[in-house]
Design a protein around this ligand. Structure first.
Ligand code: CA
Length: 226
């Protein structure tokens, strides 16, 4: 999952970024409204965290502009306590939820995950294919009921594949959603991660779920049912 974080307070932004990366997200930072709007329009994000008080262009304006341009990415707005009326305005401009500053990271994480879940229309939070199960909130992956130990990056890639199960995803799609802007796209890196995932997820099962579609990318599907 790739998140855009638009927040001009650098210390807060860096703390949030660090926390989200530890949860397996890829995070791009923007430090003013214009930069935020530009990135939200030009890159592909799963969610945007948008502060209201920003230099150059405020968060409400950014949100309004994005919605006007039919960019439907879930937006979580950050508002200071003294600006409670902004909550209402924020939701009117098309934000999906808001959080009042100061906030605990755990609350931001919970709100963000709820937002991402709603945007994926998932009533059941767990992802499942054959006997492979993934709990995106608790960060647990299991095959045949046994826990698979995955790094945050490996977990993100597996989660991305499972959210798009039975579809073919390209290496570019994987890098776009799992790595951030500062990352130089080397498709080789994706292949290395997929090889590790295969070893951890598929090597001990008869039913190989992760499949290569030559010249295109990867898919995860249950090959034991036609
Ligand atoms: Ca601010």
């Amino acid at each position: 999952m790739r998140i855009l974080l638009v927040e001009d307070e650098r210390r807060l932004s860096n703390v949030v970024k660090k926390g989200l990366i530890e949860e397996g997200f890829a995070v791009d930072q923007a430090f003013d409204g214009e930069e935020g709007q530009y990135l939200a329009e030009s890159e592909s994000y799963d969610g945007v965290i948008l502060d209201i008080m920003l230099p150059k262009l405020d968060g409400l304006e950014v949100c309004r502009e994005l919605r006007k341009k039919k960019i439907t990415v879930p937006i979580l707005m950050l508002t200071a306590k003294s600006q409670l009326e902004n909550k209402v305005t924020g939701l009117q401009t098309g934000a999906d939820d808001y959080l009042t500053k100061p906030f605990a990271f755990i609350e931001l994480k919970a709100r963000l995950q709820a937002l991402l879940r709603r945007s994926h229309n998932q009533t059941d939070m767990n992802l499942k294919i054959d006997d492979l199960e993934l709990d995106p909130i608790k960060h647990v992956a299991k095959r045949e009921g046994k826990i698979i130990i995955l790094t945050p990056k490996e977990f993100s890639i597996l989660e991305f594949l499972m959210r798009h199960q039975n579809e073919v995803v390209t290496r570019t799609q994987i890098t776009e959603h799992v790595w951030d802007y500062s990352y130089d796209s080397l498709s080789n890196v994706v292949d290395v991660f997929i090889a590790t995932l295969r070893r951890k997820v598929d090597s001990e099962s008869k039913n190989k779920l992760i499949q290569t579609i030559h010249g295109v990318g990867y898919t995860i599907k249950n090959s034991s049912i036609q």
